[in-house]
Design a binder for this molecule. Structure first.
Ligand code: PMP
Ligand code: GLN
Length: 379
């Protein structure tokens, strides 16, 4: 008898775990998994220490620490003019995504999703017994084709799982694309689960929360987390906000997944969200510089980077099969990256693209660029 449940079929170790282990084994600079190599603001770290020291160490309420829930509501109001009816704190955006799919999708339903997609999407859609209907973003522009979007929303479609700024392409959907998404959601009566964890990591253009578009606030569950905006990816404090009924469905699942978690870090996340906007502006400025540095290094190394408008990631055309390229890159050059095709159902759409994370110190990026350039990584 097989010991593993059938639903795990095709969902082995994630590419992030694999590439990080490979980088550790070979001593390569890890530009695979996206996490910063510097800490977030001192005020945020200090707030976590203060919470730990002041006895905030027992279960948080199921809905989350009140200070953080209020901070999320204030944030949505102040930054975007949104007035969500409810907010739930989760164990990272990852838990919010999983619980939302389990709580909002029935077996046999279809989920419209942009591909390439963040890996947990496909697993959680499958765990919910649903089917994904990918809408393919193709290099070099990764543009969203409204007709393809419309065609993907068939009679069984129930949810639009949206991600902008988009991992792994780095694309930030513009207003016309967002309007196309909203139109499809309204016309097909879809619930939108909107993953906005990179909301502040935008270097060109602007982040437009889908809930701000007409007809969308009442059908959108907005998800974000503290990890990217404050450079604390290991904290795993996330949240979702939106209409009472949507948040309640997520809460009803979450209570049986983790119930609650990370009480002191929830307090610190509240402090983070209340920092003056200058912190987020500085982070964005810093990451834009790093993006440009790595783009220049990749070009110098003979690769063809597609400069991203947002996120932590640059996709570069490596001129050959990127799966093979990435497999041998750590040994060959001492750098680790991820083949972008692993995030597509249609692997041919990005056969020669590799994803490089630039959320690293400038000296680390410079060293990675030096390694990639000598000898030629394609040789
Ligand atoms: N969504 C996307 C698009 C991501 O790239 C990530 C990864 N870090 C997550 C969700 C997960 O966020 P968290 O670490 O808060 O669980
Ligand atoms: N979001 C990160 C990335 O895309 C990885 C998170 C993870 O390891 N699951 O690199």
């Amino acid at each position: 008898m097989p010991l593993r449940a059938a639903r795990l079929e095709g969902f082995g170790t994630t590419i992030f775990t694999e590439v990080t282990a490979l980088a550790q084994r070979t001593g390569a600079i890890n530009l695979g998994q996206g996490f910063p190599d510097t800490d977030g603001p001192t005020e945020v770290i200090d707030a976590a220490v203060a919470a730990l020291r002041s006895g905030q160490n027992q279960y948080a309420p199921l809905a989350g620490v009140q200070a953080l829930r209020e901070a999320v509501l204030e944030h949505q109001r102040a930054y975007y003019g949104l007035e969500p009816e409810d907010v739930l704190v989760t164990f990272g955006a990852t838990e919010a995504i999983a619980a939302a799919l389990l709580g909002l999708v029935n077996p046999g339903d279809e989920v419209v999703v942009l591909e390439p997609y963040y890996d947990s999407y496909s697993a959680c859609i499958a765990f919910a017994g649903a089917r994904r209907r990918p809408v393919t973003l193709r290099p070099p522009q990764f543009a969203l084709d409204p007709d393809a979007l419309d065609a993907a929303a068939g009679p069984r479609a129930r949810v639009m799982l949206l991600n902008t700024p988009h991992n792994p392409t780095g694309r930030v959907l513009d207003r016309a694309s967002m309007e196309a998404v909203a139109r499809v959601c309204v016309e097909h009566d879809l619930v939108c689960i909107s993953d906005e964890v990179y909301e502040y990591l935008v270097y060109d253009g602007e982040h437009i929360p889908i809930a701000t578009l007409p007809g969308m606030a009442q059908r959108t569950l907005t998800i974000s987390s503290v990890g990217k905006s404050f450079s604390v990816t290991g904290w795993k404090v996330g949240w979702c906000s939106g209409p009472t009924e949507l948040v309640a469905a997520v809460r009803d699942v979450k209570q049986f997944l983790t119930f609650a978690g990370g009480t002191p870090l929830q307090h610190a996340a509240a402090a983070a969200l209340r920092l003056p906007p200058v912190h987020l502006e500085a982070l964005c400025h810093d990451l834009r510089t790093k993006r440009d540095l790595l783009c220049a290094g990749l070009t110098e190394a003979g690769l063809r980077p597609l400069s991203p408008a947002g996120t932590y990631f640059i996709n570069a055309d490596v001129g050959t099969d990127a799966v093979e390229f990435c497999r041998s890159l750590p040994e060959r050059c001492g750098v680790a990256a991820i083949p972008t095709s692993v995030f597509y159902d249609d692997a041919d759409a990005a056969r020669t693209l590799a994803r490089f994370a630039f959320c690293k110190r400038e000296d680390v990026i410079a060293e990675a660029a030096r390694r990639l350039a000598a000898p030629s990584p394609t040789s």
